[in-house]
Ligand binder design. Structure first.
Ligand code: SAH
Ligand code: SF4
Ligand code: F3S
Length: 448
């Protein structure tokens, strides 16, 4: 099969697309003899798959590189070699700066060149200096990547779309991931069937703007209908969506396709039209509220999640109150919220009306308290109900299993490990801050 196993350690930050990409980098290196390793110590190769979305995320990379330098030197002192690669969005945005600040890095590669990893590693082994590849190549990396190796459980990610053309004023993604690109429907369906054949029962379709997918007529809604026809694929999700790309066909899929889970992550960022305009979101708060209405009309049990930024340039106290008002009007099942972080090269970083750190802190705390309360209420509402859970892993204690609800809540119950990979009916007995406790209603092994 392969040459003597070399140890590959991958560290992943950022969004789910990076999680997917990290797995694919492991797949492309497997034929070269690289097997995954849980630790960087003594590894033959370490890949940092990085995120540039906020300043803190990018700085973590440089502190991790400091730690890895010591391990790399130790390996060299022992006569070995550790290839150090920086991939992902920091590599794309700051390739040259990485090599200036961390000259011991061997390979720098952007998100569109992972299929070239074997060649880059070979070149790095020959070269004295580092190799860097942050192209947006003409060839499609997906055509050159092997099929995903065995996934580790009943759920999997599947990238269907990459890149972003929206250019929100605060965001680096259009620069780090490039223009919107859709994978062809046939490639997506083939990968989905391959995953299902390996035991996957739930697939989350990924894209920086997943609902901008236009790999076939009918858009993402039509793709979801095709995926729903794949036997054995019980659950379909997709993330992340942009409100402007939520078309009628996709809304109708929420009404018609039972496999499409009733949970939608739909970032709104702000509830103030002034701030939404400054952000270049190209929708108003009211557009978002009407969209939520239509989605809930299509799928009454739909739970919503969102992203919020507080302290975007130009955000005043009244704008922030408009965000709180929107949150109260929608009622979110969960959400992510962030302090605005100026990103080099984005329009918002140079915009007037920058908000003080103290103001951002205060607004974030207030917003998060409200969102936490809504999440708590949503979870509490589930108590006493009988729901279906996809059992994904053994629980923390022996005799326990864990999985996720249709609304993506983690659920724990006493039950046999034989249920892993199956959908079990449970009754929710308690709501905890971030999960639900349940008892099995009808263990599947007792069913006819
Ligand atoms: N494509 C998605 C998500 C992109 S990044 C979308 O359109 O919503 C994930 C989240 O990070 C964003 O939704 C936004 O809330 C946050 N984010 C992006 N840039 C940021 C910045 N400069 N400062 C703070 N948060 C940011
Ligand atoms: Fe960033 Fe906006 Fe594109 Fe989302 S839609 S990735 S926030 S530019
Ligand atoms: Fe981060 Fe890049 Fe994803 S900046 S959020 S890893 S697209």
């Amino acid at each position: 099969m392969t040459a003597a196993a070399k140890r590959l350690h991958v560290i992943t930050w950022g969004c789910q697309m990076n999680v997917y990409d990290s797995a694919r980098m492991q797949d492309v290196l497997a034929p070269l003899g690289y097997a995954p390793s849980a630790s960087a110590e003594g590894a033959d190769m370490v890949i940092l798959n990085t995120c540039h979305i906020r300043d803190k995320a990018a700085e973590k990379v440089f502190s991790e590189l400091g730690r890895l330098r010591t391990l790399k030197q130790a390996k060299e002192a022992a006569g070995g070699r550790m290839v150090l690669a920086v991939a992902g969005c920091v590599a794309q945005a700051e390739g040259a700066e990485i090599l200036a600040r961390a000259p011991f890095v061997d390979v720098v590669l952007g998100p569109q060149t992972y299929h070239r990893l074997p060649e880059l590693v070979a070149r790095a082994s020959r070269a004295a200096g580092a190799v860097i590849d942050t192209d947006f190549p003409a060839e499609d990396k997906f055509d050159h990547l092997p099929a995903p190796a065995a996934p580790h459980g009943p759920t999997a990610f599947l990238t269907v779309q990459e890149g972003c053309d929206k250019f929100c004023a605060f965001c680096v993604v259009p620069y780090t991931r490039g223009a919107e690109q859709s994978r062809p429907a046939a490639a997506v369906l083939a990968e989905a069937r391959h995953l299902v054949a390996q035991g996957v029962r739930e697939i989350t379709l990924l894209g920086q703007n997943v609902n901008a997918w236009h790999g076939a007529p009918g858009g993402l809604g039509a793709l979801i209908r095709q995926l729903a026809a794949v036997p054995g694929l019980d659950r379909i999700r997709y993330t992340t969506s942009h409100p402007r790309d939520m078309d009628d066909g996709l809304i109708a899929a929420h009404r018609d396709v039972p496999q499409l889970m009733p949970f939608l992550h739909l970032p709104v960022q702000s509830g103030s039209d002034r701030v939404l305009a400054a952000m270049n979101r190209r929708h108003t708060a009211d557009d978002y509220l009407r969209l939520v209405e239509r989605l809930r009309a299509a799928r009454p049990d739909l739970a919503l999640s969102s992203d919020f930024i507080v302290g975007h340039p130009g955000e005043q106290a009244a704008d922030f109150r408009a965000t709180l008002a929107l949150v109260r009007e929608v009622g979110f099942a969960q959400a992510y919220s962030f302090k605005y972080s100026p990103r080099p090269g984005t329009p918002a970083a140079a915009a007037p009306g920058q908000v003080t750190e103290a103001e951002k802190d205060a607004r974030l705390q207030e917003l998060q308290a409200l969102l936490r309360a809504q999440q708590g209420a949503f979870n509490a509402d589930c108590v006493g109900r009988s729901i279906e859970v996809l059992v994904t892993v053994p629980g923390r204690h022996p005799g326990q299993i864990a999985g996720r609800s249709p609304w993506l809540q983690p659920v724990h119950a006493a039950g046999p490990a034989t249920l892993i990979g199956r959908i079990a009916r449970v009754k929710i007995t308690a709501a905890n801050p971030n999960s639900l406790s349940a008892t099995l209603v009808q263990p599947e092994h007792l069913q006819a």
